[in-house]
Write a protein that binds this ligand. Structure first.
Ligand SMILES: [Mg+2]
Length: 313
């Protein structure tokens, strides 16, 4: 695909993720709801304020740009300084403890392992991994390696790392499919299944295929999940996208309507949808309400320039 055509997809991905997060945060921890009840939420809100999901996605992007690629120490320090500037973004209990360990000299790739015996299998590294999918979209092996490494800063369990890699690859596949061509869901899922190295994720991707067209949301939640574990949220985000690949709004609303960890699942689904459809597919009213939209778009453009014109840097 021509480089210029990727530019609105980069901003669609990051802005799409932030909006999913900001809107989804209003339903976080609640149960399933009707899709019709989600959309009026935007009208009631004066601004879409994002949470830790977007705050850390911004950190990943800032660090990838500054380091012209992945640098674990730099990324960990970026997380730390962003957290110290805005600790009120709804961080879970784990990351701030890890940041403090890193601040006092613990290496970036061992703090998480020390805090959680065996590592965390939560979705906290998948929720921020979209920029890795954008930057390494043409090299799946490298994408996997960087997704694993960026995950290890806070989530070193195999299921946490694999969830991050699968989410990054879902973004990469969406980015590399022209929004003008209809997305082949079966082909997309086959590629995800091939990419997944962990048996549990391979099984989940197979279940996504069975559920396409399912009307019963309770069944979707039972099979795919809506929780904070990566294994019970990354496949749900991918599914929310694949149900309605042609409509960003429907993807995000559907993800939120499933309840549970709605900010993260809607953010991940919004990232994939935005990477496929581009920023123009996101409703104008939603974009107008997003906090720090200009900064997020500027970051997306700088990340795009890094891939489009690497020799400028
Ligand atoms: Mg959050």
């Amino acid at each position: 695909m021509h480089k210029l055509r990727l530019k609105p997809k980069f901003s669609g991905c990051l802005v799409g993720a932030a909006i999913g997060d900001g809107l989804g945060s209003w339903q976080e921890g609640k149960g399933m709801t009707e899709s019709e009840k989600v959309e009026p939420l935007v009208e009631k809100l004066r601004q879409l304020i994002y949470t830790d999901d977007t705050h850390m996605t911004i950190g990943v992007t800032e660090s990838l740009i500054a380091s012209k690629g992945f640098n674990g120490e730099h990324m960990a320090q970026t997380f730390l300084s962003n957290y110290e500037a805005e600790p009120w973004r709804g961080y879970g209990p784990g990351p701030p403890q890890i940041f403090r360990m890193i601040e006092t000299g613990e290496p970036w790739n061992s703090a998480a392992r020390k805090l959680y015996n065996g590592g965390s299998m939560g979705n906290g590294s998948a929720m921020r991994v979209a920029p890795v999918g954008l930057l390494y979209s043409s090299d799946p092996a490298k994408l996997r390696e960087i997704a694993y490494q960026s995950s290890s800063i806070t989530h070193s369990h195999e299921l946490g790392r694999e969830g991050a890699a699968l989410q990054a690859y879902a973004v990469a596949l969406a980015l590399n499919t022209s929004s003008g061509e209809e997305l082949n869901q079966k082909d997309y899922l086959l590629r995800l299944q091939d990419f997944a190295q962990n048996r549990l994720y391979k099984e989940k991707v197979a279940r996504i295929k069975e559920l396409l067209g399912e009307q019963d949301k309770a069944r979707v939640v039972t099979v795919l999940g809506n929780g904070i574990e990566a294994l019970r949220s990354v496949p749900t985000a991918i599914y929310s996208f694949l149900r309605q690949p042609g409509a960003y709004k429907d993807t995000v609303i559907y993800a939120i309507s499933l309840g549970g960890d709605t900010d993260t699942i809607a953010s991940m689904a919004g990232a994939i949808s935005g990477a496929y459809l581009g920023i123009d597919a996101i409703p104008g009213e939603w974009k107008a309400k997003l906090e720090n939209k200009d900064y997020i778009e500027a970051l997306a453009e700088r990340l795009w320039r890094l891939t489009a014109f690497p020799y400028e840097y």
